[in-house]
Structure formats: C-alpha cells, structure tokens
Ligand binder design. Structure first.
Ligand code: BES
Ligand code: MN
Ligand code: ZN
Length: 489
C-alpha cells in the first residue's frame, strides 16, 4: 500500500473515491447539493461509524463520509477507526486507490503528523484481506494499491514525518497479519526461523537460530519438553537490531511461537481448535516489529527472542506428572500439557539474561482466562516493575492496543506450589491469567519485565465495522510506540 500526502483542493480531485472523516453535526465538507441535503435534513449526522456514500459530488466519482462522532470524543483511536472503515469500503467497492482526509471539525487536538500516522494505520487495518490460499476467491477484489492523504499546504511537511512512521507500521502490521494467517502446516517453527533470516538479510539485523540439537545443548529443557511430541523440530530464534551508536543494553521483546497448539496429551476439545494456529501471534508480532525497525531505524537497541514449537500429542509427548528441568535450572512439574506457552517462554526469559536487557516485554496468547476477564478489547498486563507497566500501558493507549493491569501479588504464588518440583505449570482454573504470569515471573531474573496476555486480542472471531475477521497483528503498534518513545523519536 503506497501512500502520498497531497494538498490538492477537495473539490477539484479526480479519484474513484474521496473519503472524508466528519464530526457529528458538522456542516457538509464539500459544496454539493446531495451532500448538503443529506446533512441539512438530519438524515446523515456523522455519528460514530455512520457512513454515507454519494455519487456525483465535485469532480470525484464517489464521496464517502465517515462519521467520527462528537468533537469532544475525537482521539487517535477514533481517527484510526474511521480511516479503517473508509479503507474497508474502498476495498469492497474495488477501487485500487482512494483519497482520504479529515474535515477540520474532526481533527480534535491532533497534529498533522499524528493524523497522517493514524490514518495510514487505519487504512492498513481496513484494507487487509487474505486470499493467498484460494485458487478462486469468490467476489475477488483488487488489492488497495495507494492512498492519497489530503492536507492543507501548510501542514504538508509535518504530515510527511507522520507518514514515514505510519508507512513503516503499516508494513509491519500487514506482514504480521499475513504471517498469523498462515496455517500450521505452512508456518512451522522452521518457517518462522526462515522469516527471521529473511528479515535479517533484508534489514541487516543479527540473527541466531538454534536448532533442536543446539536447544538441547543450551539446556532449554522446558522448550524441548513441549517440542518432544512433535515430528516438526523446534527452533529458538534471536534477532538483534543495533540502532543506538553508543551500544548499550537492549530492550528484549519475547514472543510465544507455538505454531499449533492442540493441547498435547491434555488435548483440547475439537471445537474451534483450528484457531490454535494463532498461538504464534506473540512471535509474529515480534517479527513484525523488526520489519518496522528495519524501515525506521530508530536510535535504540532491540533483541527479539522467539521460542518456536508445535504442541502435539504422541507416544513421545510430555505427560502430566512428568518433571522437567528448565534453562534457569528450576524443575517444573507438568500438570497440564496445554499450559505449554509458559514453558517455552520461561526458557526464553532465562536466555534473555545474557543481554542484560533494560526492559523485557513478552507477548503471548497464554490463557483462555484472559478472555473471561477482559474479553476482546484489552490485553492483560502484568509485571514486576510499576514504571515499566505504566510505560507499556501508555504505549498501548497511543497504539490503540489497550492494556489493563491484573495483580501479581505474592498470595497468588501459592497456586503454583508443587509437591515434587520447584514449581508446577498449572494452578487450575482460579486466576488463570495471574497464575500464568506468576509462572513466568519465577524465571525473570534481574530485569524489569512486563507480560502481555494477548489471547483475547490476537484474533477476532467475527467481522467488525473497522476490522475483518481473523488476525489483528496485536502488539506491532504497541511495541513500536514503546520503542519510538524510548528512542526519543
Ligand atoms: N494457547 C492457549 C491459550 C488460548 C486460549 C489462546 C484461547 C487463545 C484462545 C494456551 O496454551 C492454553 O491452552 N492455556 C490453558 C492454560 C491452562 C491449561 C492452565 C488455558 O487457558 O486453558
Ligand atoms: Mn495450550
Ligand atoms: Zn498455547
């Protein structure tokens, strides 16, 4: 998706579609009898998500108004959402290009750079579709090739700085969403590793891939335990981006890379099990962020760590009751083989020590319990450092990937006490998301850390006004906002 900032006047634009984001109760943004009547009659009010398509206004073929709601409620998220609705409509109309602008009443307090960035993010979100694996897509529509963002001449230069960021985020976001969508028979642990290698070759990152023998040698007994039931070999992926001149300790981003989670011997019910191809969503978010880093080159150092494996039942699979030794040295009693995410992440957190990270953030589709607690609108956030928690939460607000804290009090640690080992991998049904985070915390040694449980936000089961069904690339925008702020950009 190409983008361009232009200052052509609205009325003179020749385009298959001009989309204008308007505020509730605002006057017609364009002199046109049809538009003016729709608004004057009260038929069209510009309420949130309310859209109106008009033919024959100005020189353009079609004008689309997208309501953003009341002027007092305009946020980055509202603009992003309206842009997504516009792009989704452009997509369904089959226009390969469209022009997009925000009427002055609908800009809220947002500056031109922010506006350009979130408009592009929204356009990427709304235009996404996945037809790669269909020989004959029903009702095929062309890819959205380009979006022209209209700004006043005076805002053009500032808008360009936002466009650069928006373009990079959009690329990472689309990359992640496509990768999430790949089925488990395509996207295996070694496939994820190849993706990392390609990213490294394209952008000049450092890359280290541990195969099964090297994982064994490294002593990652928890990752190996999950992988031992599968014919596909595990991989441990390390990506290193050096953007800060003075060297310095990196931020570590860790992503759960279970390319398919059947539950293992503690097998899951059949219903919706196909969705467990999305259990690699933490990993794909980390890879997507590296795509963004490669394009933006911010002044910061980042290391990405991805433990990748399948979780399958077989005659060689790990069993409930088994006791294994983790990379850190703590022993783990396996209570439930479906609590596999924490097992592979605990070895990654332990491995992270060698980088002496200034901060570590993991993203993982870790627990069904987070869906019960927060539904599909918030990431469950837990950690060991209040300042880092606040920083991540702020990044999530800017990104429109909102996080909500759950407590990691000492009392909850009881849930994971084992009779035979240092810790057990499941505490039962109570406080499932907190128990998962507490397990991880047992393996965090010496750095500030935040855990993001993205099980409720990594993919959506139905279509929304601004969103297609399926993967959301959650984490790409949040991680990017976090890193850019840290880099002082
Ligand atoms: N990958 C699942 C969590 C999940 C559930 C992701 C629903 C997306 C949607 C995870 O590996 C899992 O199975 N967790 C168990 C943990 C339990 C056995 C302690 C769960 O949540 O039931
Ligand atoms: Mn599981
Ligand atoms: Zn899982």
């Amino acid at each position: 998706m190409k983008t361009q900032i232009s200052s052509r006047p609205l009325a003179g634009i020749e385009s298959p579609l001009v989309a204008i984001i308007v505020a509730q109760g605002a006057p017609a943004p364009l002199k046109d009898p049809g538009l003016e009547r729709a608004i004057a009659s009260g038929d069209y009010q510009g309420k949130k998500d309310e859209a109106l398509l008009v033919y024959g206004a100005g020189k353009t073929e079609r004008v689309l108004l997208v309501g953003i709601g009341k002027t007092s409620e305009i946020t980055r998220g509202a603009v992003r959402r309206a842009a997504a609705i516009a792009a989704k409509r452009a997509r369904s109309l089959g226009t390969k290009t469209f022009a997009l602008t925000v009427a002055k009443e609908a800009r809220g307090g947002l500056g031109a750079a922010e506006l350009a960035q979130v408009l592009i993010e929204g356009a990427a979100q709304g235009s996404w579709q996945f037809t790669e694996l269909k020989k004959q897509p029903e009702d095929p529509k062309p890819e959205l090739e380009s979006v022209e963002l209209l700004f006043d001449g005076g805002d053009k230069k500032v808008a360009e700085t936002g466009r650069r960021i928006g373009d990079a985020i959009a690329a990472g976001y689309l990359y992640t969403r496509n990768l999430q969508m790949q089925p488990g028979n395509v996207c295996t642990p070694s496939y994820l590793a190849e993706q990392a290698r390609t990213l490294a070759a394209t952008h000049g990152f450092g890359v280290t891939i541990l195969d099964k023998a090297q994982i064994k040698k490294e002593g990652m007994g928890a990752l190996l335990a999950v992988a031992q039931g599968s014919a596909e070999e595990p991989r441990f992926i390390v990506l290193e981006y050096q953007g800060s001149d003075g060297g310095g300790a990196p931020v570590a981003l860790i992503g759960k890379g279970v390319t398919f989670d059947s539950g293992g011997i503690s097998i899951k019910p059949a219903a919706n099990m196909e969705d467990m191809k999305f259990d690699k969503s933490g990993a794909t978010a980390v890879l997507g962020v590296f795509e963004v880093l490669g394009r933006l080159k911010p002044k910061i150092n980042v290391v990405g760590l991805i433990p990748a494996t399948e979780n399958l039942p077989s005659g060689t699979a790990v069993k409930p009751g088994d006791v294994i030794r983790s990379h850190l040295g703590k022993t783990i009693e396996i209570i439930n083989t479906d609590a596999e995410g924490r097992l592979i992440l605990c070895d990654a957190l332990s491995y992270a020590r060698r980088f002496k990270p200034v901060a570590a953030i993991d993203a993982a589709t870790l627990t069904g319990a987070v869906v019960i607690a927060l539904g599909h609108h918030a990431i469950g956030m837990l950690g060991n450092d209040e300042a880092l928690l606040a920083e991540v939460r702020d990044a999530g607000e800017r990104a429109g990937e909102r996080c909500w804290p759950l407590p990691l009090w000492d009392e909850y640690r009881e849930l994971l006490k084992s009779d035979v080992a240092d810790v057990k991998n499941s505490g039962g049904r109570a406080a499932g998301t907190i128990a998962g985070a507490w397990f991880l915390r047992e393996f965090v040694d010496g750095f500030p850390w935040v855990h993001l449980d993205i099980a409720g936000t990594a993919y959506l089961e139905g279509e929304g006004a601004s969103h297609a069904k399926g993967p959301t690339a959650i984490g790409v925008r949040l991680f990017t906002e976090f890193l850019l702020k840290r880099a002082g950009a």
